[in-house]
Design a protein around this ligand. Structure first.
Ligand code: PLP
Length: 425
């Protein structure tokens, strides 16, 4: 499609947008009495208007039923997470038994590392991406220390080539083959939080398995954003947070995937708790742990249903829409944003550079823009003028045109504000 940098053209794209009614399903913050242009759904998604009803339902059941709510609530609390299995499995490309919701992201990655990172004297190395999200770096270091190894002997980062912003798949594969028999685990962010690069999870997973390692993914920026086929790609495990593209609310629960090939493996250690115990027998209070066959077997504590409630509201919205429709709009709106940025660049001397891959197959709903020079003041200008974006050191703003609630007109208006901001500097 040939794009135009005009309001009329952006409005035409909005009128043809099959998802346009969903914009009204979300609350938008206001700046200067106007709804903002919201680019930070990759950090915290907007609140779906339906979320409150889901929370109220639990508050009411708690008021009216108290402890009886575990079994007699509108949606009984004791197995509340099972309502996620079907819709969530479609979002991440899994079988319903392979997914669960529990805890928070870093906690779950730690728990999954308990099962899938069991270093020996000869096989102990972990491959991750250069500049992984800090929480993942701290997690690796602490896990490695916990097992009595030294991080510098164990953690192998795959680096970007000199002068390049993104990591090449071929370099990851080469590193996997180089580490070979010493490799215990590959664990990478499926979509890089900083650049928005989407990794080739299928190829990397297969390469890790070929040398005998487990392969897991941190899907914080992937769940609800890209097409995932975790089961078919034979991924061992994955976890994601739900407060970004999945709009579940600040700091909210994490989703987990454990491939079915691991469900019946009695040799796989895990940290256990009563909510992972055989459901039919849980309240018999037996002394020996008998795990549920499925990802639910990794549950530990009884469910924080008040926080799962808004997550369920969001997951049901995703189920109604389907990932294919979301991805179709995502690609179009991201391409339109990229076009607008290039147009501004042509019109004025902008001094910025998009560091996200230009190939649509290697990116999703994010463009990271490196601002050469006075970046921070431009960021402040955008925020004051109703464009909510975020700042990442040393000089990057990340723009996520979330297809569920961003409009093409937002992209046009953003371009105009950006241009004014650059000219005023
Ligand atoms: C890629 C990635 N990994 C891990 C985390 C940490 O998530 P949590 O604080 O829910 O553990 C984040 C948070 O933004 C993230 O973006």
């Amino acid at each position: 499609m040939i794009f135009e940098n005009t309001k009329a053209f952006a409005q035409k794209l909005d009128s043809q947008d099959s998802l346009r009614k969903y914009r009204n399903e979300f609350y938008f913050p206001k700046v200067n009495d106007k709804e903002v242009i919201y680019f930070t759904g990759n950090s915290l998604g907007l609140q779906p208007k339906s979320a409150k009803n889901y929370v109220d339902e639990i508050m009411n059941d708690w008021a009216n039923l108290a402890v009886e709510g575990h079994f007699y609530a509108e949606k009984p609390w004791w197995d509340y997470q099972e309502r996620f299995a079907e819709p969530l499995s479609k979002i991440v490309g899994a079988k319903p038994l392979e997914v669960t919701v529990m805890n928070t992201l870093t906690v779950n990655l730690h728990l999954l590392m308990v099962s899938f990172y069991r270093p020996t004297k000869s096989r102990f190395k972990i491959i991750c991406e250069e500049k992984a999200f800090p929480s993942d770096q701290y997690m690796f270091q602490s896990q490695v220390n916990f097992h009595g190894f030294k991080p510098e002997d164990v953690i192998v980062e795959v680096k970007r080539r000199e002068g390049e912003h993104n990591i090449r798949t071929e370099d990851i594969i080469a590193k996997i083959n180089e580490v070979g028999d010493e490799l215990a685990l590959v664990l990478i962010g499926g979509v890089n939080y900083y650049t928005g690069q989407v990794f080739d999870m299928k190829t990397i997973t297969a390469a890790g398995h070929k040398v005998g390692a487990y392969v897991g993914w941190d899907l914080a920026h992937a769940a609800g954003n890209i097409k995932l086929k975790l089961h078919d790609w034979n991924v061992d495990f994955a976890a994601w947070c739900s407060y970004k593209y999945m709009n579940s609310g600040p700091g909210n629960a994490s989703g987990c995937f454990v491939h079915e090939k691991h469900h019946n493996n009695p040799d796989l250690p895990r940290f256990a708790g009563w909510w992972g115990h055989n459901k039919e027998r849980r309240f018999k209070m037996e002394p020996t742990f008998d795990p549920i066959q499925g990802a639910d077997g990794w549950q530990i504590s009884n469910l924080p249903v008040l926080s799962l409630a808004p997550y369920l509201a969001s997951v049901e919205m995703f189920a109604e829409i389907g990932m294919d429709a979301l991805i179709e709009k995502r690609d179009q709106i991201t391409a339109y944003l990229e076009f607008i940025l290039h147009e501004i660049d042509k019109e004025i001397s902008s001094n910025f550079e998009i560091i996200t891959p230009s190939n649509p197959a290697e990116r999703a709903c994010q463009l990271s823009v490196f601002l050469h020079g006075e970046g921070r003041s431009l960021f402040d200008y955008l925020m004051k003028n109703g464009v909510i974006t975020d700042w990442r050191e040393p000089n990057v703003i990340r723009l996520a045109p979330v297809p569920l609630y961003c409009s093409f007109e937002d992209m046009y208006n953003f371009g105009q504000i950006l241009k004014k901001g650059i000219l005023e500097k």
